[in-house]
Design a protein around this ligand. Structure first.
Ligand SMILES: Cc1cc2nc3c(=O)[nH]c(=O)nc-3n(C[C@H](O)[C@H](O)[C@H](O)COP(=O)(O)OP(=O)(O)OC[C@H]3O[C@@H](n4cnc5c(N)ncnc54)[C@H](O)[C@@H]3O)c2cc1C
Length: 590
């Protein structure tokens, strides 16, 4: 039996009440989506990921993907079969454009399903995730002929996609890449260079791999401006679209990693490989950003997904493990550890943050859906702005929390958490990468302070805080105690924003990471308040049984989040507003 159960009730609650997913129905693209369908879809997907994918998680970790002497890669037992079932069930295609064979559902619903996939097996989830990013890029920037040739089979999952940016000297600074693209007489390009850390760069789950490769043409200027992006397939296509000869590329090794062992992380070598330019030369970075924005949200979601799985395991352990007495028990009798206040504190910290992260990530996806699909131009542009502000928060806050919460998950297990056989340590190891790839969390914080806070001179962030304040003010009498800490959080964010806007350069960059933490917590606190108000109203309207229990727990976690976790972040203000002097005076090598 699987040890993962999709948290369908909370997902549906957040989608319906916190994010108002029903509003998307008013966009023509989503007219067909019935709000009543959503719970059923989540139930069905939950069963699939719990029964088909979650059981592959341990084997994936223990066996890992292996490179064979001929350069091929063998994935762990059960992965090929699980991938085939995923393709047949079509879950990976649910939010793609129906024009290419997708389900036409909003990204917001696709993201909830992706959460289940990631909780079930994060290393495995990266294969469809990278494909999804590649499809988004192609759908937006490729020519019609290219879309026709590549996209439908990637949407169906018959072929997978990768993202080839990183080189040994070009990590956070992608502009330093040196992979070359030389134009051939027939209009194709010869791609040569070495890429490192390429997720699912080689594998045995699908018959073709469509690499999207960043490279530099002969006369390109230095830096990101000179980058172009190419389709470089593992197998070229014959005129009739069937698979043709192998391209001149190779997986030369796989990395040995701390976690996500199921995911093959490849060093890829391209030697005069045939590549097809996407869009114009030197527009590669713009195209890549299409892929990266979605991918950043998906990576943020990994923090949530692994915290959820770690939480479920920790809860079960805390119910089973007995240790230590309690005042209400006869002397010498041990209580389940869940009875101890400190263990309950650990568990509620996990649960409250999980619900808050879910609210933030799903709202981010809703903003992206508005940005791309709203019929009204005003809704599109406000959706775009909101998505731009929220994306670094989702990416960095949720993956930082993923690290912290899976660590708490280990702690709940005591010594057994440190023992691999328990499985708690795997979640902790697996999520560690979340803060590093897809733009490190430090880079996300710089993006927030440098680009996003500057939007309309601070007004974009300020309006998000207005909304948070409105949620605080809308709390009814029975929840009025939550209004004060939330209002103080909003005020702290406004003061910090104003300071950062007035102090640019290194002074502001020095405070970027704590600012991201404070802002994320307060904004998510507003969403928790919104959810609490709705839960309270449903209870007052006479909810009974399991539903009433679920709703009353929403009040408990929201109260804990807003009364205890939000105020703790106000202590970050000196770190945000102290400037760079102490950091500049610090000499690490002394
Ligand atoms: C398992 C795994 C999978 C990956 N998958 C892919 C993939 O599929 N495709 C792909 O192209 N890449 C992939 N990557 C690469 C990943 O995106 C990079 O590792 C990441 O962008 C960081 O680059 P770096 O490792 O060179 O670190 P560096 O850029 O060297 O950063 C080191 C440290 O310095 C900080 N730093 C760097 N520059 C600045 C700055 N300007 N200001 C402040 N701080 C800074 C960083 O935040 C970090 O803490 C993967 C990596 C791993 C480990």
């Amino acid at each position: 039996m699987s040890d993962y159960r999709a948290p369908v009730e909370d997902m549906a609650f957040v989608l319906q009440h916190v994010v108002n997913v029903d509003q998307l129905q008013s966009h023509q693209a989503f007219n067909h989506v019935e709000a009543t369908e959503i719970a059923g879809i989540l139930e069905e997907a939950g069963r699939f990921f719990s029964e088909v994918v979650a059981p592959t998680n341990r084997t994936g970790d223990i066996q890992g993907s292996r490179r064979n002497n001929d350069g091929s890669v063998t994935t762990p037992d059960g992965i090929v079969e699980a991938y085939q079932k995923l393709v047949e069930a079509g879950w990976g295609a649910i939010s793609f454009d129906p024009e290419y064979g997708g389900g036409g559902f909003p990204l917001t619903i696709g993201l909830a399903i992706q959460e289940m996939l990631t909780s079930a097996n994060m290393g495995f989830s990266l294969c469809p995730l990278l494909t999804q990013g590649a499809v988004h890029l192609l759908a937006e920037h490729a020519s019609e002929a290219q879309k026709l040739a590549w996209v439908p089979k990637m949407v169906s999952g018959e072929w997978t996609g990768t993202m080839n940016l990183t080189e040994p000297q070009a990590g956070s600074d992608v502009g330093a890449l040196t992979t070359k693209a030389v134009r051939n007489d027939d209009g194709t390009y010869a791609i040569s260079g070495q890429k490192i850390f390429i997720t699912w760069g080689e594998h045995d789950v699908a018959e073709n791999i469509i690499h999207l490769v960043l490279a530099r043409t002969a006369d390109a200027p230095p830096g990101t401006k000179g980058i172009s992006v190419f389709i470089v397939p593992k197998f070229l296509l014959n005129n009739d679209g069937t698979l043709g000869q192998a391209n001149s590329l190779e997986c030369v090794s796989l990395e040995h990693k701390l976690g996500i062992h199921c995911s093959p992380t490849a060093v890829m070598s391209f030697e005069d490989a045939t590549g097809y330019l996407i869009g114009e030369e030197q527009t590669g970075m713009r195209s890549m950003f299409t892929m990266m924005n979605n991918a950043r949200l998906s990576v943020g979601l990994e923090g949530l997904a692994l915290a959820e799985r770690s939480y479920q395991q920790a809860v079960q352990y805390s119910l089973d493990r007995t240790q230590g007495g309690r005042p209400d028990l006869p002397k010498g009798e041990a209580a389940p550890i869940v009875e101890h206040p400190d263990v309950r504190r650990m568990l509620i910290t996990m649960k409250a943050y999980i619900e808050a992260m879910r609210s933030l990530c799903y709202l981010n996806a809703k903003a992206m859906d508005d940005a791309h699909h709203a019929d009204d131009a005003m809704v599109r542009s406000s959706g775009q702005e909101l998505a731009e502000v929220l994306t670094p928060l989702s990416k960095a806050w949720c993956t930082d929390l993923g690290n912290e919460l899976t660590s708490i998950g280990v702690q709940v297990h005591g010594g057994m958490g440190f023992i691999e056989e328990t499985g708690a340590a795997q979640h902790y190891r697996d999520i560690r990468i979340g803060g590093i790839y897809e733009g490190t969390n430090g880079i996300q914080a710089i993006d927030l302070v440098g680009r996003k806070l500057s939007m309309r001179d601070g007004a974009a962030v300020d309006e998000l805080l207005d909304q948070t304040q409105a949620y605080a003010e809308a709390l009814g009498d029975s929840l009025s105690a939550l209004a004060k800490p939330l209002t103080e959080g909003v005020a702290a964010c406004r003061e910090s924003s104003a300071w950062l806007l007035a102090n640019r350069g290194d002074a502001a960059l020095a405070g970027a990471t704590p600012y991201l933490r404070l802002l994320s917590t307060v904004v998510a606190g507003g969403l928790m308040a919104k959810g609490a108000a709705i839960a309270q109203a449903e209870i007052a309207a006479g909810a009974t049984g399991d539903r009433a229990e679920f709703l009353s727990q929403k009040l408990v976690t929201a109260t804990f989040f807003i009364e205890q976790l939000v105020p703790a972040q106000l202590g970050l203000m000196p770190s945000i507003m102290s400037g760079n002097d102490v950091l500049a005076n610090f000499h690490p090598a002394v």
